[in-house]
Design a protein. Structure first.
Length: 94
């Protein structure tokens, strides 16, 4: 009986040969799916939560700073996108 256990323990599982083996090139880890629209939503959420009194008075400074940084970032991204569209339009027309 001890020999039966050894045989079962040392037996290697059969390899699954159905289908190709994935290579590292085909298995790309999914990165975070965060875009400008999501950041605009976060800005709106902060604004609504502040209006509804969701934050304590001692938290408002940090919330305000974060909101201002987020707004500045989104304004910059919007300006860059507008500038890029203008440049592309000029290149296509000229």
């Amino acid at each position: 009986m001890a020999e039966d256990n050894k045989t079962k323990e040392t037996a290697a599982p059969a390899a699954n040969a159905s289908g190709p083996v994935p290579t590292p090139e085909t298995q790309k880890p999914a990165g975070p799916d965060l875009n400008i629209s999501d950041l605009n939503s976060v800005r709106s959420i902060i604004d609504i939560a502040t209006q509804r009194g969701a934050f304590r008075a001692n938290e408002l400074e940090a919330v305000g700073k974060t909101y201002n940084k987020l707004t500045a970032f989104l304004d910059q991204v919007t300006k860059q996108a507008t500038d890029n569209k203008d440049v592309a339009k000029e290149e296509n027309n000229g």
